[in-house]
Ligand binder design. Structure first.
Ligand SMILES: O=C(O)CCC(=O)C(=O)O
Length: 283
C-alpha cells in the first residue's frame, strides 16, 4: 500500500478536493527541469509554442520523466488507486506583464472524461505566489459536479474557449495556492479554480499533470490516448502513448499532431469552431 499521504490528508482531499503544499521533487530537480525548458526556449527563440504546452510529455522527455516521479505517483495512488494513467500534461509559463490569466472553471467541463476519479498534480518549477499568478481554488466546490460554463474567447485567457463558470462565485471563500519550487498542489477534476496575471518581474512556470484511472472513458471522441505510469490497464479505453527519448522526436511530433485533432473535437464540442490549430493553449 502507498504511504505517502497521511489518513488526515486523504480525508482533507476528499472533503476539500484540494491538497497543498505537498513537496514532491527537490528544489535542485525543479531548477534542473526549469533549466532544461529554458535551454530549449533559448534555442528556439522564445517560450514554448502554444500547441506544445499541451500533451507536452509527448515531445519533452523531461516532462515524461517528471510525471513518473515516484513521490508524485505515491500521492496519486493514495487518492485514485494503484492503476494510474496520464491523460495529459500542460506547461504553464506566465511571463512578466503578459496579462495572461485563467478564468474560473472546472477541468471536467470540457475534457469529456467519464468518472470523477481524476486529479491534477500541479508542479511548481518556480515559486507560485499571488503576485505572479498562482492558482485560486474554492475548497469543497468539487461537490457540485459539472456546472454551466459560458465561452468568452478572451484572447488573454489561457483556456481554449475562455470558458468561465456561469454561476456567481464567492471569491472571499477562495484560497491562494502558493507554492515553492518543487512543491505541488493536487486538485479534483470538478474543482472550481482560476489564476490572475503575473504582475511581477519574474516568470512563473509550472507543469500540470492530469492523472486518470484506466477505467475512465472518453465520451466526446471515438479514440483517445494516455500513458500508463503505474499498475495495469485492464480496460483498454485509451491507446497507449510511446515514451519520447529526445526532444521533438519526429515520430512523437507526428503523434502529437494526430492527437491534437482528436483533442480539437473534444475541447470544441458544441461550438462552431472546427479546429484548435489557431488557439494558443488547450485546456
Ligand atoms: O497554471 C495555472 O495558472 C492554472 C492551471 C490550471 O487551471 C490547472 O492546472 O488546472
Amino acid at each position: 500500500m502507498p504511504i505517502s499521504l497521511t489518513d488526515q490528508e486523504i480525508r482533507d482531499y476528499r472533503r476539500d478536493g484540494l491538497l497543498f503544499p505537498k513537496p514532491a521533487i527537490s528544489t535542485d530537480d525543479a531548477a534542473r527541469y526549469l533549466a532544461t525548458l529554458e535551454a530549449y526556449e533559448a534555442e528556439t527563440g522564445g517560450p514554448v509554442n502554444g500547441k506544445y504546452r499541451y500533451k507536452c510529455h509527448l515531445v519533452f522527455p523531461w516532462i515524461n520523466e517528471l510525471m513518473r516521479e515516484p513521490a508524485i505517483l505515491d500521492m496519486v495512488e493514495d487518492l485514485i488507486g494503484p492503476d494510474i494513467m496520464v491523460w495529459s500534461s500542460h506547461l504553464y509559463p506566465k511571463e512578466p506583464g503578459d496579462g495572461r490569466f485563467i478564468s474560473w472553471h472546472q477541468d471536467s467541463a470540457h475534457w469529456g472524461l467519464e468518472t470523477d476519479n481524476i486529479l491534477t498534480v500541479w508542479v511548481a518549477l518556480t515559486s507560485a505566489t499571488r503576485d505572479n499568478g498562482c492558482m485560486r481554488m474554492l475548497p469543497g466546490s468539487q461537490n457540485t459536479g459539472i456546472v454551466e460554463h459560458r465561452d468568452t474567447w478572451e484572447t488573454k485567457n489561457i483556456l481554449t474557449r475562455g470558458q468561465t463558470i456561469a454561476e456567481e462565485i464567492d471569491e472571499d471563500k477562495a484560497v491562494w495556492v502558493e507554492l515553492g519550487p518543487g512543491e505541488t498542489s493536487i486538485h479534483h477534476l470538478h474543482m472550481w479554480h482560476a489564476s490572475p496575471p503575473n504582475i511581477t518581474d519574474g516568470r512563473r512556470v509550472a507543469t500540470a499533470i492530469r492523472y486518470i484511472t484506466p477505467r475512465a472513458r472518453q465520451t466526446r471522441a471515438d479514440r483517445d490516448f494516455a500513458t500508463l505510469v503505474r499498475g495495469e490497464d485492464r480496460y483498454g479505453h485509451f491507446e497507449a502513448e510511446p515514451r519520447p527519448s529526445v526532444t521533438m522526436e519526429p515520430s512523437m511530433v507526428r503523434l502529437h499532431e494526430e492527437i491534437a485533432d482528436i483533442q480539437g473535437a473534444i475541447y470544441l464540442k458544441g461550438t462552431d469552431k472546427a479546429s484548435i490549430a489557431g488557439l494558443t493553449d488547450r485546456k
